[in-house]
Structure formats: C-alpha cells, structure tokens
Design a protein around this ligand. Structure first.
Ligand SMILES: [Zn+2]
Length: 181
C-alpha cells in the first residue's frame, strides 16, 4: 500500500498497546491531586481565540505565554480555517465574548507534504469520498493570508477587525507575522 492516504510506517508503530493512554490517565491523577478549582467562568480572560495547527511541536500556551482560562484554542491539521473552525469562532465570539483571532501555521507542516490527491487516494482505498476538503497547501505564508481572509469575510463573525496571522518556526520557537496583503 503506497497511496498518500496510507499511514506511514515508522518507529512509532511499536507503540500499539494501551500503555500510552494509561500513562495519560495516570498523569491526570497526579494533575487532579494538585488541582484547585480556579473558579473561572467559561469566557476567555484575554477575549482571544487562537487557531493553530495540531502539530505536536507547537506548545501554544508556552509559546504565547498563555495561562489557564486565557483563550480559546482551536486546532486542526494545518490550522486551516474550515467551516468547523468558523462554527467554533462564531460560538466563541457570540456566546463567550472573544473579540480577536490569532492564526498560527508553522514551518515544516505535514500539510505541505500532501496534496488534494490524498482525498482521491482515500476514496480509492475505502470506496467512499470524504465530504471534507484536504486543505493541503504548499506555501504556509499564503495559507495564513487565506485563513485571515476567511475569518475577515465570514458573515457569522461580529469581530473581524483584530485578526492577525503568524508562522511559527519549529526550530527557533519564534513567530513571524504575516502581512495580510
Ligand atoms: Zn502543521
């Protein structure tokens, strides 16, 4: 099987038992033991929503100096502004008081290594065409611009003035701002 839709083989494949999730659950026990209810309400303190790639190398809270309760965090493959991200932003702004949006893509994104063929390959493999677009991109800067544009032109969002986009460098940890034009 060599389609781009198939799962790449790698050393990670050895991790197939329940031990990883057990580890997470154990860690949660330790977290909960030390946890005290901060008594916050659900509205983000900084009134900001961050849309970012799901990439494991991007620790959003650490990279942006965010603390518990500060922001809404929306993550997906690529940090792309899909209909579902617009759905979450609409709820974030209209029901939970956020007024600004930060968009973050990053260097060496997996979305730059696949193409829309992924969708076709998937259909060939499983006999069903996904309803979603892959939203692959070659140029992260350009995709950030497109994402900013999608947020700014959405009729569902009341707050579209303070929207800024960045590319995070996974090697330096630094954000580079993208000019919207
Ligand atoms: Zn990525």
């Amino acid at each position: 099987m060599t389609t781009s839709a198939s799962v790449p083989a790698g050393p990670e494949d050895a991790i197939t038992d329940r031990s990883v999730i057990d580890r997470l659950v154990t860690a949660n026990g330790t977290y909960a033991d030390a946890f005290t209810d901060p008594g916050m309400d659900a509205r983000p303190v900084l009134q900001v929503a961050v849309v970012a790639c799901m990439d494991a190398r991007l620790d959003l809270h650490a990279a942006l100096g965010l603390r518990l309760g500060d922001c809404h965090t929306l993550r997906n493959a690529g940090g792309v502004v899909t209909d579902d991200v617009i759905r979450s932003l609409a709820i974030s702004q209209r029901a939970l008081g956020t007024r600004r949006v930060v968009l973050i893509h990053h260097t060496n994104c997996g979305m730059q290594t696949i193409t829309e063929d992924f969708r076709h390959d998937l259909e060939m493999e499983v006999g069903q065409r996904p309803s979603w677009a892959v939203e692959a991109f070659k140029d992260a800067d350009q995709d950030v611009r497109q994402s900013m544009q999608r947020v700014r032109t959405s009729p569902f969002l009341p707050h579209t003035d303070d929207v800024r986009g960045f590319v995070f460098d996974v090697r330096t940890g630094r954000l580079r701002e993208i000019d919207p034009e």
